[in-house]
Design a protein around this ligand. Structure first.
Ligand SMILES: *Cc1c(COP(=O)(O)O)cnc(C)c1O
Length: 710
């Protein structure tokens, strides 16, 4: 049942059900079906079928219900949907029939599934969203647990001075693909957690991601005090007091949510340390049932898996002891622990003193732990050796599973069809098999290149159209129209850079020698242009300075409109960028990028990477599928590193990238360039897919399910 059911004509009644299952978002036929219903409404709602079906007129629906072509497409999509949702022969069921009744509980602060559900800020969330989608595709029984943030993550505004402003908008929940979770009597379900002196309640929203359910807690309910109602209002805002309260709700409230829904995971997967309090709750439950702390811990360890996501120290939450005491006073007794023993579980020396560190807690109590790339695994073993003081770095029990991307989500329909034509109509089913991708050699250069140029023009016109609309509706002044990409040239070599703006990602590195860059950009025969996008965390002023710097350069006449900064980066824009530029730039300060995934999205669309050998690219670069920046080494200081990397960047641009791009044959095709595009797809698509990644996680899950880990 959905609130839209009553509005639907009988013949196409299940469109409402489809709108409320994000399955539609990674199936091109389903996307096309909604677009066919009303193309301008589809665009105006930013591809949000729930919103669209709410707005659309009854007449238009009736008309579609009578239209033979629409009906045929509808039947086809619904057939695929039913087949996939009921498929009993998935990879997981075929390989592990004995485990099909087990469940993985996957906890994450954020989930990036689609822009219509803005409860993500960046890579961590998108990874969680991709993980949930892929679990559905391969039939891995997983349930996601997180928060519904009624104000989502902020929307970015860039006034003409370029200093980022954060705008929080209350989401209209009736236009969001979520449904309240109701009990048998049709009432909303509530869970409660005591947070310091009072009980805080949450209602539960249900999100359907193919067959994967997501349960999102929302504390904006009448029974709560105003302050508690705000607890889950927004993603990553507020101070550490608010943060610990959120994390208590995520970890402890999350366990209680699953118990209330009678879901009993045999694996608890923590996507980052934010949810690590769940381990305490699992121990507390067992102690309450009569076990000793030691017995309870041993069991919890066996069934838990922790993924750490960053080598940046500030990315690991640590709370002062007095704060932890305030919230857990009384709780440690229920776990069978003294105050000291309890605090020891998370004890860690921070720069500012001894504190309770969520990563340390997760590492101490989880049976398995991993980083998100090979290099990040190494860095993490070094970083957390203090948790195992009597072990060598190499024996620190942190492994790695390199991140990947959900390929069907990040490949546009046009690319999807090209792959179907040359790899076979079932290419998605086998896309983690490298052999399949050898067939790419059958695609003629002409065809790959002309599709790329078509996607590039589509992206440029997407940006121009955005600029035009905001000009039309008076949302911007001339500076903003200029910086928003109106002068972009679809024929110029286009470099894309889009991601969050923490300083370690060095968004401004390419501007280090402005004159040298200017020579490249303004070359009459072989021009280069840059498209930037990304948000800085609302409390990150240095990150906002980087945005402002680029913004000011973009509006300066000396670069003549060859730099654009796109306002309000989100998944919708990301899709356009990763398919519609020529090169994907990534220049973090090595080794701070744990994995990075945006470059993987570009790679499967034939957009080669030009990146520091950090994160996934240290594994992905093979000498023929893109370009490295700098060397695979450690530097003595930031200044030296920035300087050397910048020089390497210019050199490769001047000597390799630009000449190759503009080296055209008689048909105006850059053969050498197309070879790199092809190699980028061939070498990256199978391995850096969420499918390959999930199958690796499945091995860890299975150890936990069978009680072999810990
Ligand atoms: C993929 C993606 C990211 C992650 O980008 P990185 O370059 O890996 O940091 C961030 N934001 C959005 C919207 C994305 O789609």
């Amino acid at each position: 049942m959905t609130p839209l059911d009553n509005k639907m004509p009988e013949r196409i009644a299940r469109l409402a059900e489809l709108a409320y299952n994000l399955w539609w978002s990674w199936h091109p036929d389903a996307r096309a079906l909604f677009a066919q219903l009303d193309i301008s409404l589809w665009q105006n709602t930013h591809h949000n079928p729930v919103h669209m079906l709410k707005e659309i007129s009854a007449e238009r629906l009736e008309e579609a219900a009578r239209d033979t072509l629409f009906r045929r497409n509808y039947d086809k999509v619904m057939m695929t949907y039913d087949r996939e949702m009921q498929n009993g022969h998935t990879w997981f069921q075929q390989n592990f029939p004995e485990l099909k009744t087990q469940v993985v509980g996957y906890f994450s602060f954020e989930f990036g599934l689609h822009n219509s559900l803005p409860i993500y800020s960046g890579g961590l969330g998108i990874l969680a969203g991709d993980h949930a989608k892929e679990a559905s595709d391969v039939g891995l029984p997983l349930v996601g647990v997180g928060f519904m943030y009624p104000q989502g993550y902020f929307r970015q505004r860039l006034p003409s001075h370029g200093w980022q402003e954060a705008v929080y908008e209350q989401l209209d929940l009736s236009q969001t693909p979520i449904l309240p979770f109701l009990d048998e009597t049709g009432r909303e379900i509530r869970i409660g957690v005591r947070i310091s002196d009072r009980e805080v309640f949450a209602r539960i929203w249900h999100v359907r991601v193919g067959r994967t359910p997501l349960y999102l807690m929302d504390t904006d309910v009448d029974d709560n005090d105003p302050w508690d109602r705000e607890l889950s209002a927004r993603l990553y805002s507020g101070d550490s007091e608010q943060r610990i309260r959120q994390e208590i709700m995520l970890g402890i409230g999350g366990v209680r949510t699953l118990r209330t829904l009678n879901i009993q995971p045999s694996v608890w997967h923590m996507n980052e340390g934010h949810s690590a309090f769940l381990l305490l709750e699992c121990i507390r439950e067992k102690v309450a049932a009569g076990e000793s702390f030691a017995e309870a811990l041993a069991e919890v360890r066996t069934h838990s898996l922790f993924t750490t996501h960053t080598p940046v120290a500030a990315g690991h939450d640590a709370f002062p002891f007095h704060m932890v005491e305030k919230y857990f006073n009384g709780y440690w007794e229920e776990m069978g622990l003294s105050r000291e023993k309890f605090l020891d579980l998370g004890k860690h020396q921070e720069e500012w003193g001894t504190a309770f560190n969520m990563t340390v807690l997760a590492l101490r109590l989880s049976g398995q732990a991993n980083g998100v790339s090979k290099l990040h695994g190494e860095v993490s073993r070094r970083m957390w050796q203090s948790v195992w003081p009597d072990r060598d770095v190499k024996d620190v029990p942190i492994g790695y599973v390199t991140n990947g991307i959900h390929v069907p989500t990040w490949v546009p329909s046009e690319m999807y069809e090209l792959y179907a034509k040359y790899l076979g109509p079932n290419w998605v089913e086998q896309h983690d098999d490298p052999i399949l991708w050898e067939r790419l050699s059958d695609i003629p250069d002409e065809e790959l290149w002309s599709l790329h140029m078509e996607l590039k023009r589509k992206t440029v016109s997407f940006f121009r159209e955005r600029a035009r609309r905001s000009w039309l509706y008076g949302h911007s002044d001339p500076t903003q129209i200029l910086t928003g990409g109106t002068l972009l040239d679809p024929d110029a070599l286009t470099i894309g850079f889009a991601r969050r703006f923490p300083t370690y990602k060095r968004a401004t590195l390419i501007f280090r020698d402005l004159e040298r860059l200017q020579r490249l950009m303004l070359d009459r025969q072989r021009p280069v242009q840059l498209i930037f996008a990304g948000k800085a965390h609302p409390a990150d002023d240095p990150g906002k300075v980087l945005i402002q710097t680029i913004y000011n350069l973009a509006k300066h006449s000396q670069l003549a409109g060859r730099v654009a900064f796109m306002e309000d980066y989100d998944m919708h824009m990301a899709r356009y960028l990763v398919q519609g530029v020529d090169v994907w730039l990534n220049n973090p300060r090595r080794p701070r990028e744990a994995s990075g995934t945006s470059g993987q999205k570009a790679a499967v669309n034939g957009v080669p990477n030009f990146s520091v050998l950090d994160g996934w690219w240290a594994e992905g670069y093979n000498g023929a599928n893109g370009w490295p920046i700098g060397q695979d080494k450690e530097y003595s200081g930031f200044e030296q590193q920035d300087q050397e990397d910048a020089i390497a960047l210019y050199q490769t641009l001047e000597e390799e990238i630009v000449p190759l791009y503009y080296d055209r044959d008689r048909d105006n095709i850059p053969r050498g360039w197309v070879a790199i595009m092809r190699e980028s797809i061939r070498s990256c698509a199978p391995h850096f897919s969420t499918r390959r990644m999930l199958k690796e996680y499945a091995r860890l899950y299975i150890r936990a399910m069978k009680g072999e880990a810990g």
